[in-house]
Design a protein around this ligand. Structure first.
Ligand code: NAD
Length: 440
C-alpha cells in the first residue's frame, strides 16, 4: 500500500521505517525540516535499537522518503497515519493543537484528491476527540462526509521506546477503532502478517484502551516501587518477593512493569495519567487512585535524592539521563528531574548517557537539550571515564554495557555506587560497603 505518516517523532519514524520494511511505499511528513532531511539522508531522527540500520535500508531501497509537503504526501498515498504529539497543557489537560492542525491540512489536501483515502489517528487522545473534534475539522476542510467519502479510524500505538522496532513487529495487540468497516479493512491489509490479536471496536473504545493501558502501567510501577520501599525498610528483598508474587499467574498478572526500580517518566505515562485525571475531574468523577499515581512516583524520586544526600559526598557522576535505558528521549525523564534537583542543591554533577550523546551528535536531540535543558547541557560528558574520574558518588540509571563494565566496585575508598535500577550484578555488590540500592 502507499502510506503517508504524519509526524516523524518516536512513533512516526518507527512506524514509517517498519511499514516500509514490510513492503509498503511510505512517505513521512513532518513540519520539522531537520527531521525530514535526516530521514532522506537515511538517518533516523531518534536513537532506538535497530531504527538507524532499518531507516538506512528502507531509504536506500526507495521504500521510504520524507517531505514537509502535506499535499504531495496525500496525493501519493491511500492511507495516512497521524502520529503527531499530544503533550500535556500546563493544567494537565491534553493538547490537541497539533492534531487539529494536521487534520486541517490533510482535509484540505484530500479535497483536491479524488478516490478513496483513509485517515488513521495513531496519536494518543481522549475518548471523543476523534468523533467530536477531528472528524468535524476533517469534514469542514475536505468538504464531504467522513466514513462515507473518506475513511477514518483510530489505531492506538502500543510500542515502548527502547524496544520500539521489536514492539512494532510483535505488538501486544492491534486495536482498530473504525468509523466505517472499509477503514478497518484497510488497516488489516496494512498490518497483514503481524502477530497478535486484532480487536475491531468503536472509535471511542479504541481511544480509551490506550488510557487503560498507560494508567495501569503507571499504577503497576507505582505499586512495585512502593512495595519495594516498604520491603527495603523492613529488611526484605523486594525482588525475591516479586519473583514469587509474579509466579502466580492464576491470581496475579503479567510481570511487565512490576519490578521495583526507578521512577517512571517519558512522554506518555505522566501526560496520559494527567489528562485522564483532568478529564475525570471535569466530568465530576472522583478517581483517588489514578490521581495519586504521579504522587507516588514523585515520592520515589525523592527517595533517590535522599540516597545521594545520605552519602554525604558532593561530586556526583550520573550514568543515564534519558527516561529509560535504550532510548535518547529526554521528555519528562525522571533522571533529568533527579539531575535538576541535585544540581539545584549544589551538587557538583557530571552526566553520561551514550544515547543522548549520539542523538546530540546527529542533531536529533540538540535543539531539545539547548532549549529545554541548557543548565544540564554543560554537565554532559561523552565519555564514561570523564564521569568516573569526577565521581565520589556514581548514580547508575542505565544498563549500558560500556558503563556496567567500567563501573568500579563499592569499596571503602572508592566512589559510592547508588544503584537506581537494580544492576545485573546487584546481588554481589550488595555486600560491598560502598553500595546502596534503591530497589531492594
Ligand atoms: P514526538 O513529539 O516525538 O513526535 C511528533 C512529531 O510530529 C514531531 O516530529 C513534530 O514535528 C511532528 N508534527 C507536529 N505537527 C505536525 C504536522 N502538522 N504535520 C506533520 N508533523 C507534525 O511524539 P511521539 O512520542 O512520537 O508521540 C506521538 C503520539 O503517539 C502521541 O500522541 C503519543 O502520546 C503517542 N504515543 C507515543 C509513544 C511513545 O513511546 N513515544 C507510544 C505510544 C503512543
Amino acid at each position: 500500500m502507499r502510506v503517508s505518516v504524519f509526524g516523524l517523532g518516536y512513533v512516526g519514524c518507527v512506524s514509517a521505517a517498519c511499514l516500509a520494511d514490510m513492503g509498503h511505499e511510505v512517505i513521512g511528513v513532518d513540519v520539522n525540516q531537520a527531521k525530514v532531511d535526516l530521514v532522506n539522508d537515511g538517518k533516523a531522527p531518534v536513537v532506538e535499537e535497530r531504527i538507524g540500520e532499518l531507516t538506512a535500508e528502507v531509504v536506500r531501497s526507495g521504500a521510504l522518503r520524507a517531505t514537509v509537503d502535506v499535499r504531495e504526501a496525500i496525493m501519493g498515498s491511500e492511507v495516512s497515519l497521524v502520529c503527531v504529539g499530544t503533550p500535556s497543557e500546563p493544567n494537565g489537560s491534553l493538547c490537541t493543537a497539533y492534531l487539529e492542525r494536521v487534520t486541517e491540512q490533510i482535509g484540505a489536501a484530500l479535497a483536491e484528491r479524488g478516490g478513496r483515502h483513509t485517515v488513521v489517528f495513531r496519536s494518543t487522545m481522549l475518548p471523543g476527540t476523534c468523533l467530536n473534534l477531528l472528524v468535524p475539522i476533517l469534514e469542514k476542510h475536505f468538504g464531504g462526509t467522513a466514513g462515507v467519502e473518506i475513511g477514518v479510524a483510530v489505531n492506538p500505538e502500543f510500542l515502548r521506546e527502547g524496544t520500539s522496532v521489536r514492539d512494532f513487529f510483535d505488538p501486544p495487540k492491534t486495536v482498530i477503532g473504525e468509523l466505517d468497516p472499509a477503514s478497518g479493512d484497510a488497516l488489516l491489509a496494512l498490518y497483514e502478517g503481524l502477530p497478535g490479536e486484532v480487536f475491531r471496536v468503536p472509535v471511542p473504545v479504541a481511544e480509551a484502551i490506550k488510557y487503560a493501558d498507560n494508567a495501569f502501567h503507571g499504577l503497576k510501577i507505582g505499586f512495585a516501587n512502593e512495595l519495594g520501599a516498604v520491603c527495603q525498610a523492613l529488611g526484605v528483598d523486594s525482588h525475591q518477593v516479586m519473583d514469587v508474587f509474579l509466579a502466580d499467574r492464576k491470581l496475579n498478572i503479567s510481570p511487565a512493569y512490576l519490578r521495583p526500580g526507578f521512577a517512571f517518566g517519558g512522554s506518555c505515562l505522566p501526560k496520559d495519567l494527567r489528562s485522564l485525571v483532568h478529564a475525570a475531574q471535569r466530568a465530576d468523577v472522583s478517581v483517588p487512585i489514578l490521581a495519586h499515581v504521579l504522587t507516588s512516583n514523585s515520592a520515589h524520586l525523592q527517595r533517590a535524592v535522599e540516597l545521594v544526600e545520605r552519602t554525604g559526598r558532593r561530586r556526583v557522576g550520573m550514568f543515564g539521563l534519558s527516561f529509560k535505558p535504550g532510548t535518547d528521549d529526554l521528555r519528562e525523564s525522571p533522571l533529568v528531574e533527579l539531575a535538576e534537583r541535585l544540581f539545584g542543591k549544589g551538587y557538583d554533577l557530571r552526566i553520561h548517557d551514550a544515547n543522548v550523546s549520539l542523538s546530540r551528535l546527529i542533531g536529533a536531540n540538540r535543539e531539545y537539550i539547548e532549549t529545554r535543558l541548557p543548565h544540564l547541557a554543560q554537565l554532559l560528558a561523552d565519555s564514561v571515564e570523564e564521569v568516573l574520574d569526577h565521581a565520589e558518588v556514581c548514580l547508575v540509571g542505565t544498563r549500558d554495557a560500556a558503563v556496567l563494565s567500567a563501573l568500579p566496585h563499592g569499596g571503602a575508598d572508592g566512589p559510592v555506587i547508588v544503584d537506581l535500577i537494580r544492576l545485573p550484578d546487584a546481588e554481589a555488590r550488595r555486600a560491598e560497603p560502598g553500595y546502596v540500592g534503591l530497589a531492594w
